[in-house]
Design a protein around this ligand. Structure first.
Ligand code: PEP
Length: 250
């Protein structure tokens, strides 16, 4: 299976011109790529622009979506609008969206709506802190069980699980995670999926790591941590750094 690298641009950049420049800057790194899926998730108003920049190696993603089909939901964006623009992956349950009000129930509704439209959810989970008693493990388990309510075994393989410990995300991160910490959670997620569905399903699902990924640590999460890919925030806005991450995974 291909490795996955997701670029989460968050609320950046501020202009159409910069969107085009970042994507053009990436083109030298994406040439001759065939074992990695690069998914770029721009802010909603720039999804259309990003789709216009021709690069067959880059797949379009979105950072969010609303679960209702259409209607009186001011400010929201529907799955079909995104699908219409060529979006193939949607990040759901990012910790920055959970802070703004996305509960496990809302996350579940979004995952269900996205799967129904044959788009792949990138389902983010992760604790805000680790404790010596391992309560963070029950927190992660609850996020997964509630997020997967009503999702069929046949649909789970289309979900990319992104483990993103909140304490390792962003410029204010306490510290970066280490590959062993990812491995532990990767095994734990597989166990939960195996209990909810079966071992075969647990073996198939792809689990990626996100949280201060940079050119210095990217390789270790894949090689030592066993990650199926990476979710990159800050460094995905810099074509040289993001390109270096692509080269390391390649
Ligand atoms: C993220 O927000 O998903 C993320 C991983 O950000 P960063 O790489 O900047 O820590």
């Amino acid at each position: 299976m291909n490795k996955i690298i997701v670029a989460n641009w968050k609320m950046n950049p501020q202009s159409k011109f910069e969107v085009e420049n970042i994507l053009k800057g990436l083109s030298i790194f994406t040439k001759n790529l065939n074992n990695i899926d690069i998914i770029v998730c721009p802010p909603s108003p720039f999804v259309f622009i990003a789709g216009k920049v021709k690069n067959k190696k880059i797949v379009l993603g979105s950072q969010n979506v609303f679960y209702e089909k259409e209607g009186s939901f001011t400010g929201e964006v529907s799955v079909s609008m995104l699908k219409n623009l060529g979006v193939e992956y949607i990040i759901i349950g990012h910790s920055e969206r959970r802070i703004l009000g996305d509960t496990n129930d809302i996350v579940n509704k979004k995952i269900l709506a996205v799967l129904k439209s044959k788009i792949n959810p990138i389902f983010c989970i992760g604790e805000s802190m680790r404790d010596m008693n391992g309560f963070y493990l029950s927190f992660i388990k609850e996020q997964i069980i509630e997020g997967l309510k009503g999702i069929l075994k046949s649909q789970v393989k289309n979900i990319i699980f992104a483990y993103e410990p909140i304490w390792a995300i962003g410029s204010n991160a306490e510290r970066g995670a280490v590959p062993q910490e990812f491995t532990e959670i990767r095994i734990y997620i597989k166990k939960i999926i195996s209990d909810l569905y079966d071992i075969k399903t647990a073996n198939i699902v792809r689990i990626i790591y996100g949280g201060s990924v940079n050119p210095l640590n990217a390789e270790s999460f894949i090689k030592e941590g066993g990650a199926d890919g990476l979710l990159v925030g800050r460094d995905s806005l810099n074509p040289k750094k993001f390109g270096a991450i692509i080269n390391l995974v390649k």
